[in-house]
Ligand binder design. Structure first.
Ligand SMILES: *Cc1c(COP(=O)(O)O)cnc(C)c1O
Length: 410
């Protein structure tokens, strides 16, 4: 039995999907973005349950992510959003993954790959053109379009299924940049049309743009954040009714009463202010606990927030992330979070070895080796265990087997 695990409620997930679908413009479809292991929830189970809910299109960043989905029964469209390597093309084509093209030189080379593979005409390689409109990452700019169209006209093995772009600041309050990006997208696609390139589909919206601009839904919207029950930023939460399917938990594996003045953890930065209990849970920063992306202040208010947060941390007061819950009460991390162990100061409340603690964790950095347990109809029916990156078990639990895993309803 794992000391730390993550519960994912698949019912919440499919309800979130239905919420998104309800708000789609007629003619548009939801492409579920399940990159990065479905934002940490587990790509296989997430995609399977969305497929059962009627989802027919998925997006990932890398070829290997798409292959895993195919191997596990995902049948619809799978678009690889990121740049790909030549060596991956044959297997990606065999698995019918749709590829994003953002480099001119790939067109001729990909076409040659199609030729070498001896593809029939009805097996054309489905590609999406990525247009650069302000993200500054990947995609074609205006000046490249003519050459692009010439290359495409010579490439019988490619079919331009889609054209798309990605917004850099759609979740921000100031919408000017997003509108500029959309205008840029329009002029690029108009130019493509003049050059005789008419992709079957257009898609531009991520979660934030989907909520703000129904008129931009086009043929697909690419949704990740909303499906996993999050809002892309402040000011979006009144637009949809979402539930969070995620819950990370750990168990107390060591418990001691200690006197006032006991030092805890590396560098002894923490000491107890009174007699208390120290509880150890088997989770640490290598699991993704207490790990946050590097935060660049976006203005002076942000800057002062960071300073104050760090100042409070120096005084031993943690803000936000590291608040955990034991039997409905908040408990705090004592001292530094270790690689795989963390000490909590749980006060004198009644608790015991084996008690469950709710652990806040940033889902996209939660280690894939932490077992994911999938809840459906209020019960945990399956779990995923990864060891050294290899999928060892993807077992369905019988209801009886579930007894041992029982945990309070959330
Ligand atoms: C991640 C990603 C999305 C999904 O964005 P959310 O805001 O999480 O919905 C859409 N498009 C591209 C290209 C992405 O990389």
């Amino acid at each position: 039995m794992a000391g730390t695990w993550i519960e994912v409620d698949l019912d919440c997930l499919t309800e979130n999907y239905q919420e998104v679908v309800k708000h789609l413009r007629p003619g548009s479809r939801c492409m579920a973005v399940v990159k990065a292991d479905a934002y940490g929830l587990g790509a296989i189970e997430v995609a399977r349950s969305l497929q059962r809910a009627g989802c027919e299109a998925f997006a990932v960043t890398r070829v290997e992510e798409g292959l895993i989905l195919r191997e596990h029964g995902i049948e619809g469209l799978i678009l690889v959003l990121g740049p790909t390597m030549r060596e991956e093309w044959p297997i990606a084509i065999a698995a019918k993954l749709q590829l994003t093209i953002s480099e001119l030189s790939w067109i001729e080379e990909l076409n040659e790959t199609g030729l070498k593979l001896g593809l029939e005409f009805d097996q054309q390689i489905q590609v999406h053109l990525k247009l650069e409109t302000g993200m500054g990452r990947t995609g074609f700019r205006f000046s490249e379009l003519e050459e692009l169209s010439i290359a495409l006209s010579k490439s019988n093995y490619l079919h331009v299924a889609g054209v798309y772009t990605h917004f850099a600041r759609a979740a921000q309050r100031d919408k000017r940049n997003t509108i500029e990006q959309y205008e840029c997208f329009k002029s690029l696609t108009n130019r493509l049309e003049e050059l005789g390139i008419r992709p079957t589909w257009k898609h531009v919206c991520n979660s934030a743009a989907f909520l703000d601009y129904p008129e931009w839904h086009h043929d697909f919207v690419r949704i990740g954040t909303l499906l996993i029950g999050h809002y892309p930023g402040q000011g979006f939460s009144d637009k949809l009714n979402l539930r969070d399917p995620w819950l990370a938990k750990s168990r107390i594996v060591h418990l001691r009463e200690v006197p006032k003045g006991t030092y805890v953890g590396y560098q002894s930065i923490y000491h107890t202010k009174q007699a208390t209990q120290l509880a150890v849970i088997p989770v640490g920063y290598s699991d993704g606990f207490g790990v946050a992306p590097h935060f660049v202040p976006q203005g002076w208010i942000d800057f002062f927030k960071i300073i104050i947060k760090n100042f409070l941390a120096l005084l031993g007061i943690t803000v936000g992330q590291e608040r955990l819950e034991l039997n409905g009460r908040t408990v705090h991390v004592a001292g530094k979070i270790g690689m795989q162990l963390t000490v909590l100061d749980v006060g004198m409340q009644e608790c015991a070895l084996g008690d469950e603690i709710r652990v806040p964790m940033r889902r996209t950095v939660a280690n894939p080796r932490i077992p994911r347990r999938y809840r459906q109809g209020g019960q945990i029916l399956s779990q995923r265990i990864l060891k050294e990156g290899v999928l060892l078990e993807h077992q369905e639990y019988s209801i009886l087997g579930y007894e041992k895993l029982a945990s309070p309803e959330v």
